[in-house]
Structure formats: structure tokens, C-alpha cells
Design a protein around this ligand. Structure first.
Ligand SMILES: [Ca+2]
Length: 499
């Protein structure tokens, strides 16, 4: 009897140990999703070795996690590219299957029938709340998916684009730190840390403006001072885009404080200095949050995702804004660190921001919502696959219609412009392996070559009308049309069939 009791006790102990161990093994991961506003991947050293931006925290994330080279936003049907981009992140829906904002512009309502009425209930925070996560969000106000954002249990929003602790990026980090300090729950958390910068107005902190040789230039009647500490001109800088981008009076191209319609080197280099000052401040703020997670013992079990809602031109190709489909703007930075991800790894991915929802669900072992159209890139993070798709589609349709479209497969990319009521009908074909900066023949102009000061010169230019590549162009034209059909793009370009 005595032995039997002891045996029973031993068995019970084993059972308890197994339960405790398996509970520990299945402890669900936390998520820190960091979204910056308007940042080209080429600001960052991890994507552009010649960048002078100091971003030690992001560099460390990259060395401890995975850098994705092929991360894109699918595009926009509005000048405020943020808006559809953030709808896609929150819902996992493709660009023509998103709720619109009541716009009466041509074609604006055509996709409404493609949007489930209860979509907000199937967005990021709603899904994670149901799965037992604590959800918290800080971000700028506006240009986002309000009904989805309202699902976060804790929300601290304000637009912070100033150069002080209270008026700038530190405020967003403070909201997260306060939340972590006050938190009593043992549940896993999903924190959405959105910054209002480096979106303009790019008022950096005084020390970082000095570091990057920039000033908060506000006087339209003068140029900002030149300063050798400023970032050099981007390698694909042009003083003007070769043809109209198709969105007359677009705010980002004509009315950003400090730039306006100017594309001269002093204006662009000063604005890049301001951008870098904002970028480095964001890096510091992420560092504060990661430090706190480490102190709390949560960092090891937290997936940290760093990305931007879209890229940015600031002088590249003679453009200033985010309303174009060149790589500097169509692409986004995407770095992921967390349990099971090989430190210092890198992959192409071919992912969209709209894949984030299903990926986070996959990492948390949550069923993605039925409305999701994204694809989990966990197999890429796990090192099992290099990419999750072969063909990528992009659109800018916020100005004159039908606007810009692009398609990419492998090294090849096609961009088409059908804007200004037929006055601009242009096609560009690039081999991105040979011509990663999408140089145009205009980049050979003597003035640009001189300003580029020894940086690599174009080895290729737009190949669209080169007869040696006519078969390749035809292949990409067909792919673009097939993507437009697949994604319910309501428009067709001048040289496409009407169906
Ligand atoms: Ca944005």
C-alpha cells in the first residue's frame, strides 16, 4: 500500500512536470510591430551600404533576425498612400478589395461590393483579442483604417512630428513604455508601435539636425545652407522627372515644407538630412522599448517586426513623394527578429505588407480570418523558402486615371504610365539585377554625372523600346494584365484590352 502510494505520487509528479514543461514550451509569443511613416529602405545601411544614417538598433535587429529584400506595398488609389497601405496591413486584403473613404472620384465605388460588411471584425487587433492577446496601439492620427484601429484594447494616438521629446517620436515610445509598466496581465501582447515620422514635416531634434548638417528650412524665398555633413544626393537623383507623374498639384510633389517644387541639390540634401535626423531618433526610441522588454524578461519571446507603410523618393528620379512605383518607393524595409529566426539571415521573400496579418497569425498559431487574402511568409522566416510568390503587382491611381501600374517577376520589372488624359503614355522596362537603381537615359546628363561625384554610373537604362527585349516586354505586359484581372483592378491602360 505504502509503495503504491509512492508510485502514485511519483506518477503524479511526472504528470505535473510534463504539464508544466509543455505549458512553458507552448508559451505564446508576443509581438512588437513597428511601423514608421514614409521611409525608403535605401535610407538604411542594411539596404544601402553607402548610407550615412546611424541606426544601431535597426542594425542589431537585422543581425539578430532576418532582412527581407523583396517587401512591397501593393499600392494606392489615393494621394494619401498611407491610407490603403494601412488598410492592407490591418485587414490582409488586396488593394482593390479595401473599404474606401466615400470618395466620389471615378471608379472609387466599384470595389465596395468586394468588401465584406464585417471586415473590421476580422482585422489584426480583433483577431488577436479573440485569441486572448492583450492589444495596444500608438500611432499618428488619420490616414488609416479607423474601424480596425478601434479594436485595440488600449490606444494612444496623436500626430507627433516635432523636434522635442513631447512633440516627436519619443512620445510614441513613451506610450508603449507606460503601457508595459502599467500592465498587470499574464497574457501575451501585440503592440503596434507606429511613429508619425519620418513623414514631413521633418523637424528633427536639434542634436541630430546638427549631426546631419540640416536645418528646419521654412523660408520659401531662400535655399537652405549647404553643409558637407548632409547625406549626398541619391545615386538616381534627377533635377526633374522626365515626364509628368500624372497627379497635378499633388501635395507631396509641390507643397512639402522645406522642399516645395524645388529639386536642386541643396534643397534635396537638406531634406535628406532632416529625414535622417528623424530616422535616427526613431532608432533610439525603438531601442528604449527593446531595452524595457529585455528588462521585463519578454524580449526573447517577442517577435519584433520593423517596416514602413511605403517608401519615399526625396530627389530620386526628380520626385519628392510616395506616389510612384520606382523601387525606392514601391519597396518597404522589412526586418523580423524572434524565436526560431536565424540571426543575420536574409531572403528575397517577395512579400506584400498585406501578408503581415496572416504571418503574425501563423507565428502565434492563430487561424487567419476568413477575409484574409494575404499569404503567410513564415516559411521564409523559417528558412524553408526564399519567396512566397513569383509575381508582384503595384498601382498608383490617386491622380489622373488610370494612373501607373507595375509588375515584377524575377529580375524584370515593367512600369506603365497612362495619365494626364492620354498626354502621358509611357512604358519602362528594367532588369533590376543590371540596373537596380532604375537609371533612365536622363541619368547620363552631364550635370547629374558631375553632381553624383564618382558614384556608379548607369550601365543600363529603360529597355522598353529596345528590340532585343521585346519578348521580355511582351511577357511582362501579359503578366500585368493578368494581375489586373486577378486583383479586380477596375481600370485598363491605353494599350490593353477593355476586359
Ligand atoms: Ca505614409
Amino acid at each position: 500500500m505504502f509503495m503504491s502510494d509512492r508510485r502514485l505520487l511519483a506518477m503524479l509528479s511526472c504528470l505535473i512536470l510534463v504539464v508544466v514543461c509543455s505549458a512553458k514550451e507552448t508559451k505564446r509569443p508576443n509581438f512588437l510591430f513597428v511601423l514608421v511613416d514614409d521611409q525608403s529602405p535605401f535610407d538604411l545601411k542594411v539596404y544601402n551600404q553607402s548610407s550615412i544614417l546611424d541606426s544601431p538598433v535597426i542594425d542589431r535587429l537585422a543581425s539578430e533576425g532576418m532582412v527581407l529584400d523583396g517587401a512591397y506595398h501593393m499600392g494606392s488609389w489615393a494621394g494619401a498612400v498611407c491610407t490603403p497601405s494601412r488598410h492592407m496591413i490591418m485587414s490582409g486584403r488586396t488593394v482593390w478589395h479595401l473599404p474606401r473613404r466615400g470618395s466620389k472620384k471615378p471608379g472609387a465605388d466599384s470595389s465596395q461590393s468586394l468588401v465584406p460588411a464585417t471586415l473590421a471584425d476580422h482585422t489584426l487587433a480583433a483577431v488577436f483579442n479573440r485569441a486572448g492577446y492583450d492589444t495596444m496601439r500608438t500611432c499618428k492620427n488619420g490616414n488609416s483604417y479607423a474601424a480596425a484601429n478601434a479594436k485595440f484594447t488600449v490606444s494612444r494616438t496623436a500626430t507627433k512630428r516635432g523636434g522635442t521629446k513631447e512633440t516627436g517620436s519619443a512620445w510614441h515610445a513613451d506610450q508603449v513604455l507606460n503601457y508595459l509598466d502599467d500592465r498587470k496581465s499574464d497574457a501575451p501582447f501585440l503592440i503596434y508601435l507606429g511613429f508619425s515620422h519620418p513623414h514631413d514635416t521633418r523637424d528633427g531634434t536639434a542634436d541630430l539636425l546638427t549631426k546631419y548638417g540640416a536645418v528646419n528650412h521654412r523660408d520659401r524665398s531662400s535655399l537652405p545652407p549647404g553643409n558637407s555633413k548632409q547625406p549626398s544626393l541619391p545615386v538616381n537623383y534627377l533635377p526633374a522627372h522626365p515626364f509628368h507623374h500624372g497627379h497635378p498639384n499633388l501635395r507631396d510633389e509641390v507643397n512639402v515644407s522645406g522642399v516645395w517644387e524645388r529639386r536642386d541639390p541643396r534643397t534635396i540634401r537638406n531634406e535628406l538630412g532632416r529625414e535622417f535626423a528623424c530616422d535616427e531618433n526613431i532608432d533610439r526610441q525603438i531601442g528604449r522599448v527593446l531595452q524595457r522588454l529585455e528588462t521585463l524578461g519578454e524580449l526573447e519571446n517577442t517577435y519584433v517586426i520593423y517596416t514602413a507603410d511605403h517608401g519615399m523618393a526625396i530627389g530620386r528620379h526628380g520626385l519628392q513623394g510616395k506616389q510612384n512605383l520606382y523601387q525606392h518607393t514601391w519597396r518597404v524595409p522589412l526586418i523580423v527578429k524572434g524565436p526560431g529566426i536565424e540571426p543575420g539571415s536574409r531572403a528575397e521573400g517577395n512579400v506584400y505588407l498585406l501578408d503581415v496579418l496572416s504571418t503574425l497569425c501563423d507565428l502565434a498559431d492563430i487561424q487567419p480570418p476568413v477575409t484574409n487574402e494575404g499569404q503567410s511568409f513564415r516559411p521564409v522566416l523559417d528558412g524553408d523558402r526564399e519567396t512566397v510568390r513569383d509575381v508582384l503587382y503595384g498601382v498608383y491611381c490617386g491622380g489622373t486615371k488610370p494612373g501607373m501600374r507595375c509588375v515584377k517577376k524575377g529580375d524584370w520589372k515593367l512600369i506603365k504610365y497612362d495619365v494626364m488624359e492620354g498626354a502621358v503614355q509611357e512604358t519602362q522596362l528594367f532588369n533590376l539585377r543590371e540596373n537596380p537603381h532604375e537609371f533612365l537615359s536622363e541619368h547620363h546628363a552631364p550635370v547629374v554625372t558631375r553632381l553624383m561625384n564618382g558614384t556608379p554610373k548607369a550601365t543600363q537604362k529603360n529597355l522598353a523600346n529596345d528590340p532585343r527585349y521585346s519578348a521580355k516586354r511582351q511577357e511582362l505586359e501579359a503578366l500585368l494584365l493578368s494581375e489586373q484581372r486577378r486583383l479586380d483592378d477596375p481600370y485598363r491602360l491605353w494599350d490593353q484590352p477593355n476586359h
